[in-house]
Design a protein around this ligand. Sequence first.
Ligand SMILES: CSC[C@@H](O)[C@@H](O)C(=O)COP(=O)(O)O
Length: 355
Amino acid sequence: MSLKSIKYEQGQLQILDQLLLPAKSVYIDLKTVQDAWSAINTMQVRGAPAIAIVGCLSVAVELHKKDASSLTNKNDLKTELVSKLRYLATSRPTAVNLTKEIDALLSTVDRLVADDSVDVTSMKLKIIESAERLLAKDVSDNMAIGQVGANSLLTSVLDGVNVTVLTHCNTGSLATSGYGTALGVIRRLHELDRIAHVYCTETRPYMQGARLTAYELVYEGIPSTLICDSMVAALFKKTCVHAVFVGADRVARNGDTANKIGTYQIAVLAKYHGILFYVCAPLSSVDFSIESGDHITIEERAESEMTDVAGQRIAAEGIKCWNPAFDVTPASLITGIITEKGCITPNELHKLGPV
Ligand SMILES: CSC[C@@H](O)[C@@H](O)C(=O)COP(=O)(O)O
């Protein structure tokens, strides 16, 4: 079974349908921006970096299909791109990566329209290139995050001590274009032969931990155990866990971090038990335009994700449900933010951003 969540070549885009994992490994073609919007919205592809890349690549796919006769002038191309990119941004609200990459493409569009030395055909090619560059950049950012995170933890333990860590949700190859962020750190620690054990949470209600992270850990042969979300306190009390590594969907300028629902309670428990708590994310997950987590929109998803398991209703009929997909962990609970540029404390994060 493949762990590559995104396959892309010359205008052909496929994603591994994560709704079917781990039982089935099925790739689906995304031929249009509309296809990508639906795949992101229904979580056939998920994870902050992966949805940004898939969204932008779907624009590249449509552009590849455009021949010279359909490219009349740069302003018409701009009008079309602006409408498609703005539409893509509505697919899921919390992860900032999608909005940021869309904004970056929109700025490129503006720059190319203003540049008289660029004709409509080369404008098309340059937009395609910008979208395609995201795939390789994501993998190299993740590998850097893996190394920084491994170094950060290993400098805090005695030489020769192998580490036990906990992770939440899925931040691995499936959530990115490869290697992963928090799971990338774990992968790197395993490559260095320094993992004693990894615990992963089920991550109710969508079960990214049980279905996807557990699958990636088993696939990589990393010694690991699945626990229910409600078992974290008991685990921390009973077992020597050195650190928690989680991902991020949007980090505010002050370090407050929106991530998968349940992250906040793990951070509270880590603080209580004196366990290091790291957020692992590329700088593209940092939203320097917002001062704190109070400004982050939290996506609420369908009740059926909670009431039903594998299509079977398990909750009592008539009960009301509240299903926020993310929560915000306050910066004060975060030991460090592991980025491709280094590990930084939340109160120093603003130094890496625009002034
Ligand atoms: C590298 S993925 C980082 C985050 O996007 C991840 O931890 C997470 O919260 C994913 O949520 P999801 O709802 O599965 O898209």
